[in-house]
Ligand binder design. Structure first.
Ligand code: PXP
Length: 249
């Protein structure tokens, strides 16, 4: 059964829209924990458009479960991660002009750059996850560089039409199996919703799902604790058959 990392960047997005002090992602993280979040995930972006350095410091001191720090593979971020000592670091690609993380890391093309960074972070006792597309070349390169986890990008699955969704699901299933056979641990996330999460949660060997936007959106209606609880229920007891389309193997 997969655990749930709740991405609270979206709470900080609302705060930063007004450059004020509310809503505070740090104090609201408690409600995510009470709803059953197994980890709190934050992306400290280079432009600080949502999560701020202060959020990261306070979260590290106050949350009771794990802290997953998503960040770009830059010297500034490496230094921050070594100072903060989160439970894990997830390296993601970052472009200033994007609304959210768009694709996975180009691991095979940036092996030299990434290898040193992964070594530096992991030798400080922080396991590293690489956010990648479900593509064999990237999985194999991630294993070669000694990453502990990969986080498989579920964006194409989430964006697919209902008729294409089984094909995208099969790609994630296959990527999970390949990653495991390479000795990698596997997480997944991006674009998952209450409507599409069950098929991904039903894949054996995916350890953790990182989910943000849909939970924070639902929290506006039902509150954060309840929104996390509802997501946990779907992940803990997912329907195993596709609702539409034909399963591709
Ligand atoms: N995983 C990674 C690596 C991400 O960058 C994001 C978005 O911040 C998520 C998961 C969560 O995506 P969403 O907000 O679409 O649930």
């Amino acid at each position: 059964m997969a655990s749930l990392g709740v991405n609270i960047d979206h709470i900080a997005n609302v705060r930063e829209a007004r450059k004020t002090i509310e809503p505070d992602p740090v104090s609201l993280a408690l409600l995510a924990e009470l709803g059953g979040a197994d980890a709190i995930t934050v992306h400290l972006r280079e432009d600080r458009r949502h999560i701020q350095d202060r959020d990261l410091r306070l979260l590290k001191d106050t949350i009771r479960n794990r802290l997953n720090l998503e960040m770009a593979a830059t010297p500034e971020m490496v230094e921050i991660s070594l100072k903060t000592l989160p439970s894990m670091v997830t390296l993601v690609p970052e472009k200033r002009e994007e609304v959210t993380t768009e694709g996975g890391l180009a691991v095979s093309k940036n092996q030299n750059h990434l290898e040193g960074i992964i070594k530096k972070i992991q030798s400080s006792g922080i396991p590293v996850s690489l956010f990648i597309d479900p593509v064999i070349e990237e999985i194999e390169s991630s294993a070669k560089l000694g990453a502990t986890w990969v986080e498989l990008h579920t964006g194409n699955y989430a964006d697919a039409s209902w008729s294409d969704q089984p094909k995208e699901l099969a790609r994630i299933e296959e990527a999970t199996a390949i990653a495991r056979s390479c000795g990698l641990r596997v997480n997944a996330g991006h674009g998952l919703t209450y409507q599409n999460v069950e098929q991904i949660a039903a894949i054996d060997c995916i350890e953790e799902l990182n989910i943000g936007h849909t939970i924070v959106a639902r929290a506006i209606a039902v509150g954060l604790k309840e929104a996390v609880k509802e997501m946990k229920e779907l992940i803990n007891n997912p329907r195993r058959e596709p609702l539409f389309g034909i399963r591709h193997h």
